[in-house]
Design a protein around this ligand. Structure first.
Ligand code: ADP
Length: 697
């Protein structure tokens, strides 16, 4: 308790030290309800994960009557509530701290409340904001000021001793709230470990195929790293791609792939089908963009340096359109344009209409809410999986957040869907082996990651190994060049960076282009790592059909931040002219102008020295927006070895009875470099297959 108390107070003291703004209203006396009762409302504030959390705490007769969060910018589905596309709040996959913790404080008359796993920064932010208000409630003055600055997420408060007075103030609110829930051993037809994109898709699919399902999620809320993804989904889509055009550079790319010497019969067969389909297409309309599921598969295979298992690549790509229809049917909504997502290599990317991955997860939860076949158990970690006496994997050993141990047995099958290991520093470094990884010169654990530390720990890999699963492609680790400079997250940037590769250019600190913006993710990362300070800017103008008016009142970055916040905190630099932008970025204006003039001439010529194929849009009109970015660890392509039916395989290539896997925990699907926009496809296609087969093993 002392530690917790120290934590609160140390944050409060830090808050007051860094504050530059004293909250003006700290107490509001509201109308007395009776002669003897007076309610008073006190404001409190403290930093959460995404900036300041502000609260109003109502005290009545020395009791906490109400806690209302009046302002926050916490991430939807993690710190903040998850809404679906109609604005309905979803709680079936766990309640966010913004909703849960105020209720718990009032119910228990305590601020000694456990943080929501996976959202600790927000949880502590709320508890600190409320303790701020409680101290004011005691002093009836502005004893502690509100902070206006954000503490970094990895901020570690130093312990300080409380003064007698402070201890006395907070003591009465520090009685530990007791929330132990006890889970008994239980069973279900199918048990899914992990409630991210793949796990929820698998659960829905298994239920559609007649099974009762339990989903175990270690965090307080489901969603995993799918929640913070770029919301893009690749699938050839004849109808939607009609507006897109072919050009000479794109033709050359296809020709090159078709003229390669096949590495095996399956590759040859694929090349032959693409050739035939291309001829068919050209006979009809040569000027329209060519695409087909086979060309998608060939690009995915080549884009991963032919290291993937081609049969799995075909399963992924051939089922991507069906998967798209399936999730649309569940309620996932997409914009009515097709783009080339970052690192997608072809214009076949569909973009979800909701911020980051919230559109996928909220639609899945809407579906699960209306199903009586799926039960989600949050705050529960799968520790291990075991075989029963018949040799079939059917037992999941679980631990809830209070340390209670219990087992869940699967009548039919277990599906591992625990995501990747990008947030596990020792796994990253151990598997980044000298002989096989392209990043062997880098200690990957020193780079930031776009992944959540409480999510992508690689648990499923260890569990799989314990029952004899084979691993594949473990040294294939994807870096991505879209990390912000604050913490390497994908967020705090304008929407076009992920889906508008045709309408942006990349410039280094000198104002020069240095790479093909539409190229492979590993190539772009390698190029960025050679540039000054290993950073660059994504430069956008007001041109092109994906322009978002940054000056409109509704404008927010993909993670919900206002233009003022983004500018003030150097997430973006905005100028009306190129000269002004160059000055803001400390670049030579002539260099930047020449870069843009050259680029615009390449658009006219439809030919680019860096190999760009996207020539729809010149950079001409302001406002010009530059976003600084860095390289982050993003995706782990290796994992459990599976077959096309999502069975987990052992070292002999045999099926491990009772065990399926889907999503980032698996390997063999992407090879050495995953195409941007293929990760969600992976979760949908293989999640769906795993669910169906797990229900009918
Ligand atoms: P994918 O994209 O493959 O679905 P995600 O990162 O979206 O991967 O989801 C993986 C989910 O699995 C996350 O919600 C994560 O918290 C959960 N998870 C990881 N390890 C465990 C575990 N040992 N027990 C329960 N849930 C886990």
């Amino acid at each position: 308790m002392k530690k917790l108390l120290s934590l609160f107070v140390s944050i409060l003291i830090t808050v007051s030290l860094i504050s530059c703004n004293v909250s003006s209203v700290s107490e509001t006396t509201v109308e007395a309800k009776s002669d003897t009762s007076t309610e008073s409302v006190f404001s409190g504030a403290a930093p959460g994960y995404n900036g300041l959390i502000e609260t109003l705490v109502t005290i009545d007769n020395d009791k906490i009557k109400d806690v209302t969060i009046t302002h926050h910018s916490e991430t939807p589905g993690i710190g903040g509530p998850l809404l679906d596309s109609s604005g309905k709040k979803l709680t079936v996959g766990g309640e966010s701290p913004i909703d849960l913790i105020p209720k718990m404080i009032v119910d228990n008359q305590s601020i000694n409340i456990d943080a929501v796993s996976g959202a600790t920064a927000t949880s502590y932010g709320i508890l600190h904001a409320v303790s701020d208000a409680l101290i004011k409630a005691n002093y009836r003055v502005d004893a502690v000021t509100a902070a206006t600055e954000v503490l970094p997420p990895d901020y570690e408060p130093k312990e300080v001793d409380l003064s007698e007075e402070e201890r006395a103030i907070l003591d009465k609110w520090l009685i530990k709230a007791d929330f132990d829930t006890f889970h008994e051993d239980t069973k279900s037809d199918v048990v899914v470990i992990g409630g991210g994109g793949a796990g929820l898709a698998a659960a829905i699919s298994a239920s559609e195929n007649g099974a009762n399902v339990i989903v175990i999620e270690k965090n307080g809320e489901v969603g995993g790293d799918t929640l913070v993804c770029g919301a893009i989904y690749n699938a050839p889509d004849e109808e939607m791609q009609k507006k897109l055009v072919m050009n000479e550079t794109k033709k050359e790319i296809i020709e090159k792939a078709l003229n390669e010497k096949p590495v095996n019969d399956e590759h040859k067969e694929l090349i032959d089908i693409v050739k035939a389909k291309l001829n068919e297409h050209n006979a009809k309309n040569e000027s329209e963009l060519f695409d087909s599921k086979e060309w998608f598969a060939l690009q995915t295979y080549n884009g991963g340096d032919k290291k993937a298992n081609l049969s799995l690549v075909k399963t992924l790509c051939y089922n991507s359109y069906d998967g798209l229809m399936w999730i649309k049917n569940i309620g996932v909504k997409f914009f009515d344009f097709i783009s080339q997502g970052a690192g997608s290599l072809w214009e076949r990317t569909h973009t979800n209409t909701m911020p980051m991955g919230t559109g996928f997860i909220s639609s899945y939860l809407d579906k699960i809410e209306s199903s009586d076949k799926i039960k989600i158990i949050t705050n529960t970690t799968a520790l291990n999986i075991k075989k029963d006496e018949s040799g079939k994997v059917s037992i999941v050993e679980c631990k809830d957040k209070y340390g209670n141990l219990f087992n869940i047995s699967a009548n039919k099958s277990i599906i591992i869907a625990t995501g990747g290991f990008s947030a596990n520093p020792s796994m990253l470094d151990n598997y980044n082996t000298k002989d096989s990884s392209i990043w062997s010169d880098i200690t990957l654990s020193t780079l930031p990651t776009t992944n959540r530390t409480t999510v992508s720990g690689g648990d499923g890999i260890e569990m799989g190994k314990n029952v004899g699963a084979a691993l594949t492609d473990m040294s294939e680790i994807q870096l991505l060049y879209l990390g912000n400079l604050e913490n390497g997250d994908l967020t705090k940037y304008p929407p076009r960076c992920v889906n508008g590769t045709d309408q942006v250019i990349f410039i280094n600190k000198l104002g020069e282009r240095f790479t093909n913006e539409g190229g492979r993710r590993d190539d772009i990362c390698s190029a960025v790592l050679k540039e000054p300070d290993k950073t660059f800017y994504i430069l956008e103008s007001a041109d092109g059909d994906k322009y978002v008016d940054i000056y409109s009142d509704e404008f927010r970055s993909a993670d919900g931040f206002s233009l003022d916040y983004l500018i003030e905190n150097n997430f973006i630099y905005v100028a009306d002219t190129i000269k002004e932008l160059a000055e803001k970025l400390n670049m030579n204006p002539d260099t930047l102008q020449k870069t843009i003039d050259d680029f615009n001439s390449y658009v006219d010529e439809e030919s680019d020295p860096y190999g760009r194929t996207l020539f729809s849009t010149k950079i001409e009109h302001g406002p010009f927006v530059a976003t600084p970015r860095q390289v982050s660890v993003h995706h782990t392509m290796g994992g459990l070895k599976i077959d096309e039916a999502a069975h987990v395989l052992d070292e002999n290539g045999d099926i491990i009875e009772g065990l399926f896997a889907a999503g980032e925990v698996t390997g063999g699907i992407h090879g050495g470099n995953r195409l941007g926009g293929n990760a969600v496809v992976d979760t949908v296609v293989f999640g769906r297959i795993a669910g169906k087969n797990a229900a009918n093993p």
